[in-house]
Ligand binder design. Structure first.
Ligand SMILES: Nc1ncnc2c1ncn2[C@@H]1O[C@H](COP(=O)(O)OP(=O)(O)OP(=O)(O)O)[C@@H](O)[C@H]1O
Ligand SMILES: [Mg+2]
Length: 281
């Protein structure tokens, strides 16, 4: 486990484009509109983290970015093309999505499940290649699940299972990776490991990541680009150092806090509670 991957990129990092973007995106379940008129640019080769209170529409947004949910209005664009018009296989080779609560097929083993991440790369004339083998082994090693290869997924602990799902998403080897609360169920050391892994993928392989995280301090530490949502809208977006302020925490989470420099990264660290000697309720 290392903390060296948690540093923010240099201020001089040049601006990048956005292969993945949302324009005037409105998302609804039947009558209920959950996300309304949302615009989003996901910076290429960066880690974008989405934060916001429960039920504000984070997972709904991620599902739409992964084409699991059809927009009511507006569009998700991949390389400037409407996602709805791109063939599924092409999307699957560019974009991987780990949902918040994935469901494994019954009695599937760890190795089988991770291997399913390779499906978008297979063809009828080429079922399984050395490249697939390498990608699966690499994904399992990176998530520390190689030892579990022959175990049935439904017999694993919540944290082990979560790492297997992350391995499956990694095995897909897409340029864009969408992760909905990838640290759920993980103990603190595995949380840091998974977030460092995301950082490394990003630094070493130039992957673009969009992750929903609940812990605001982890979000501030790991994000290049932080998106704060409330009630289906983007309230603020930008570098954590610019976005994370006591005012924002109050506006988005309704929480009084003090924002101090993170002793490890120098970035913003949110300490819940009113400032000592500050105004009382
Ligand atoms: N399949 C569904 N059918 C109907 N309503 C849904 C469905 N999925 C989510 N919703 C509703 O949409 C709203 C947003 O849900 P969403 O899962 O996007 O929230 P979230 O921000 O991811 O919350 P959490 O932090 O709890 O994961 C909620 O009010 C939820 O009840
Ligand atoms: Mg969610």
């Amino acid at each position: 486990m290392s903390t060296t991957d948690t540093t923010q990129p240099a201020e001089t990092t040049p601006a990048t484009g956005s292969r993945l973007a949302a324009r005037d995106l409105t998302l609804a379940y039947e009558e209920r509109t959950v996300v309304e008129g949302l615009d989003l640019d996901v910076p290429d080769g960066r880690v974008t983290v989405v934060v916001g209170p429960n039920a504000c529409g984070k997972s709904t947004l991620l599902r739409a970015l992964g084409r699991l949910l059809k927009p009511e209005r507006g569009a998700v664009l991949l390389d400037g093309e409407q996602l709805a018009r791109i063939p599924t296989r092409r999307i699957a080779r560019s974009l991987g999505l780990l949902p918040q609560t994935p469901v494994a097929p019954e009695a599937v083993t760890v190795a089988d499940l991770v291997s399913r991440g390779r499906q978008p790369h297979q063809r009828w004339w080429r079922q399984w290649s050395e490249e697939d083998e390498r990608a699966v082994a690499d994904a399992m090693a990176r998530t520390d699940v190689a030892e579990l290869a022959d175990r049935p997924v439904d017999e694993l602990s919540g944290g082990q299972r979560q790492r297997v799902w992350i391995a499956m998403a990694l095995a897909q080897e897409t340029d864009l990776l969408l992760l909905d609360e990838p640290t759920t169920y993980l103990d603190v050391s595995h949380q840091v490991e998974v977030l460092d892994l995301v950082r490394r993928l990003n630094h070493e392989r130039g992957r673009t990541v969009v992750a929903v995280l609940h812990d605001l301090n982890q979000a501030a530490r790991y994000a290049d680009h932080l998106v704060a949502m409330k009630a289906g809208r983007v309230v603020a977006a930008g570098r954590p150092a610019e976005v994370v302020t006591a005012d924002l925490v109050r506006e988005v989470f309704g929480l009084e806090s003090v924002v101090v420099p993170d002793p490890v990264t120098g970035g913003p660290l949110v300490v819940p509670g009113r400032p000592w000697g500050g105004a009382t309720a």
